[in-house]
Design a protein around this ligand. Sequence first.
Ligand SMILES: Cc1cc2nc3c(=O)[nH]c(=O)nc-3n(C[C@H](O)[C@H](O)[C@H](O)COP(=O)(O)OP(=O)(O)OC[C@H]3O[C@@H](n4cnc5c(N)ncnc54)[C@H](O)[C@@H]3O)c2cc1C
Length: 818
Amino acid sequence: MAAPTLPDRARVVVIGGGVIGTSVLYHLAEAGWTDVVLLERDQLTSGTTWHAAGLMVTFGSTSETSTRLRQYTRDLYSRLEAETGLATGLRQVGFIEVAADAGRLEEYRRVSAFNRLMGIDVQEISPREVGELFPLAKTDDLLAGFYVADDGRVNPVDVTMSMAKGARMRGARIIEGCPVTGVLTAKGAVTGVTTPFGDIEAEYVVNCAGMWARQLGEQAGVTIPNQAAEHYYLLTEPIEGVSKDWPVLEDPGRHGYYREEGDGLMIGLFEPVCAPWHVDRIPEEFSFGELPPDWDRMGPYLERAMSRVPVTADVGIRKFFCGPESFTPDLAPVVGEAPELRNYFVAAGLNSIGILTGGGMGRAMAHWIMTGQPDIDITGMNIDRLHPYQLNPEYRATRTVESLGMVYQCHFPGRSMQTARGVKRSPIHDRLVEQRAYFRDVSGWEGADWFAPEGVEPVVEELSWGRQNWWPHWEAEHHAARNDVILMDMSFMAKFLVQGRDAGTLLDTLSANAVNGDSGQITYTQWLNTAGTLEADLTVTKLDDDRFWVVASDTAHRHVLTRMQRHVGDGNAFITDVTGGYAQLNVQGPRSRELMQRLTSADMSNEAFPFRAAREIDLGYVRALCIRITYLGELGYELYVPSEMAMHAYERIAEAGRELGLRHAGLKALASLRMEKGYRDFGHDIDNTDTVLEAGLGFAVALDKPWGFIGRDAVVAQKAAGPLRKRLVQVLVTDPEPQLFHAEPVLRDGVALGYVRAASYGFTLGGAVGLAMIEADIPIDQEWLDSGTWTVDIGGRQFPAVASLRPLYDPRNERIRA
Ligand SMILES: Cc1cc2nc3c(=O)[nH]c(=O)nc-3n(C[C@H](O)[C@H](O)[C@H](O)COP(=O)(O)OP(=O)(O)OC[C@H]3O[C@@H](n4cnc5c(N)ncnc54)[C@H](O)[C@@H]3O)c2cc1C
C-alpha cells in the first residue's frame, strides 16, 4: 500500500475504523463537523467488526440509555441505505428470548414491562408459539418466550461501509493503512496524533481502537481497562427446513443464540467461564484475524447450546469460529472524555453489543464532543468511573472471566462482583469480618452489605427475586437505625481536602448551594454544568477560610476530582485526594448523641452541636472530624478519622455502644433508610440529564449568591419557564409483599408516566419504595399527584401505590434536627 497523504490538521481525529469509529465519524459529519478524519491502522472493519454475528436486538436492557441507543441504532440501520445507497443488511425477522426457569421468567417479565414503556413491542408468547416461529427448537421445557417482531439482524461490514460512505459524502476523510502511534499533548489537553506518515494536529481525538484501545490509551496515561477474550460461534452445514425468515432465538440458560446462516444455523455462545486473550498486549498486526478454537474448553457449553435445537447435533459443522472481542470490568462500555487528558475522548469496550448499539453510540459521542455535554445518562458508562489499578494484567485477566460470564446469567438483583476482590479495604475491615459482615464490591472496596447475627454464616444462600436469607438481618439493622443506634463503615466515600486562598471561591463557583459561609458547617450541594443539569451531588464542609472538606460517593470519585482540577485555573487552590487517608465511620440513630457523648469531652448537645455542625473532637486518644449530618434520615454523625487511628476509634465506639445496644449496619440498610427519606443518589435515581429542579433539589440552590455559580442562568431560566412537568417523585407500593428494584413503570390512572430509577424496601413505611422520574403534560404538584390513582407495574402485574413529592418518612425533618 502506498503511503497515505495526511492532512496537517483536522478538528477531530477518530482512531479506528470499526463500527464505533465509523459511526462517530458519520455523526460528526452529519451534524456539520466535516473537518474530521478517521485513521484506520489496516482496513475498515479489520478488527472485531468484520466477524460479528450481527444480532440487532432492542429487547433486554433495563437501562434507558442502553435501550435508547439500541432503538436509535436500529432506526439508523433501516434508513442508511436510502441515504448512502449502501444496504446495511438489516433484516427485521424478529427476536425471541426464551425462559426455561423461574428466575429468568421473572427477569424477562420485568424487562418486558420496562421495554414496553420505552416503546418496544414485546410480546410474551407460549412455548408452543416459540415452536411455531422457530420450528426446530426444543420447547417442552420452556416456560415462555419474549418476542419482538421488529428486531433481527444486520450485516456488520455493510453497516460500517454504509456509515463510512455517508461520512465521506459529507466531506469527512477516511484514511486506511495509517496506524496512530501516539498522541500529542500540551497543558493537559490533546493537540494531535502521530503516525508513521506524519503528525496531524487536532482539537479532539477519539480513541475507538476496540481491543487495542487500552494499550493506546496507556501510552497517553489514559485508563481504559478493557480486555479481549475469546468469543465463539458455530456454523452448521445446511439443515433442511431452516428458513431465512426465522427469528433470532436466544436461550441464555443454555449459553446460546441461534439464527439462520447459509441455509444452516449459526449458534453463538457466551460461556460462563471464558478465556481472556493476550492480557499482555494485543498484537498490532492482528487483522481480519481468527483464533484456533478451544474445543476441549468449549465442548460442554457447545453441547448444551446445541441441545436447544437438537437437530444441530446430527448435521455437519461448517465452522467453529473464534474471534476476540473486548470486555470491561462491569460490562458497561468505556465512553467519554478521559479524566487524564482534556479533549481525548474514548468509545471502546463494547462487550459484544457494539453492532447493535453502534449507531447510537456514535451519535451520543458526536453530540458530547460538539456540545461539551452528553445528552443521555452516561453515569453508568462514563470513563471516569474507572481507576488505574483496573489496568493491571492480573485484574483484567481475572475480572474479564466474570464479566463475560455475566452476559448470560440471570440478572438477579443485588448480585455483587465476585472476582478481583479485596483490593481496597477499610482500616477496620478485619473487625467487620469478626462481626460477620457480608461484603460486596463497592468500586473496588469491600463494603459491608449486611451483618449476620451470632452463630450465622454471612453467606447469600440463593440469589432470587424474592426475599433472600439475609432479609431478617437487613430488617433488624434498619429498625436499629430508626429506633436505637447503628455504626456503619463508609470509608469508601471519596474525600478531598481543598486548600488555599481561592479554595472557597472555586467550590462556591462549582456549587449550586452556598458553601463558603461560616466555618464549621457542612453544606449539601449539587454541581451543575452550564446547561443546568447535574454533574455531581455531594457535601462541602468549610473547615476554615482556606480549608474545605469535599465528600462524594465512590462512583463519582474521579468525576468530582476532575471537575475541581479542570476549574482551578490559576487560582490558589490545592486539591488532595485523601480518600485512603481517612476512614468514615457513621454513628446514626436516635441514641447516637448519647453514644457520642460517652466517647468525647466535646459538648454534643443540640445547642452546642446542631445539625450541620462540623467540629474536630476528641474520641479516646483520637482526634476526629465529626460532622452532624445524615444520609439515612436520623440524628447522626459522620466521623472522619485518620486511617491509622481508625481502629482505635472503632474499638472505643464499639465498646461504649455495647451498653446502648449498638448494632453494625450495612449498605442494604443504608439503601432502605435513605430511600424512605427520599434522599437522592447520583448515578442511581438522579443523573446528568436531570436539572436540579427536576431532581427536587431546588432547596439546595442559592440563587442569591453574590458570585453566582456554574449553571445558574439555566436554573433561573427553568424557574422562569413555569411549573415543572418533569419531577422526581417518591413511590410507595401499598401491598407489603412485592419488591421494587429498578425500571418498574409507574402509572397514573393507568397511563405510564415514568419508571422507578432506584428502589429498596421501606421497613418503616411498610412496603417497597422507590424514586421515579415522572413526566406529564401538565405541571406536577402534590395536589395533582393526590388526585390520581397510582400503580406500579412489577413484571406485568399492577400494584397500587402512593406518589409523593415530599419525603414519606419524616417530611418535616424533625428527627434529624432533634
Ligand atoms: C464472535 C463475535 C460475535 C459478535 N456478535 C455481535 C452481535 O451479534 N451483535 C453485536 O452488536 N455485536 C457483536 N459482536 C461484538 C462487535 O463485533 C463489537 O462490539 C464491535 O465490532 C466493536 O467495534 P469497535 O469499532 O469498537 O472495534 P473494532 O471493530 O475492533 O474496531 C477497532 C479498529 O481500530 C483499529 N485500530 C486499532 N489500533 C489502531 C491504531 N493505533 N491506529 C489506527 N487504528 C487502530 C483496528 O484496526 C480496528 O479496525 C460480536 C463479536 C464477536 C467476536
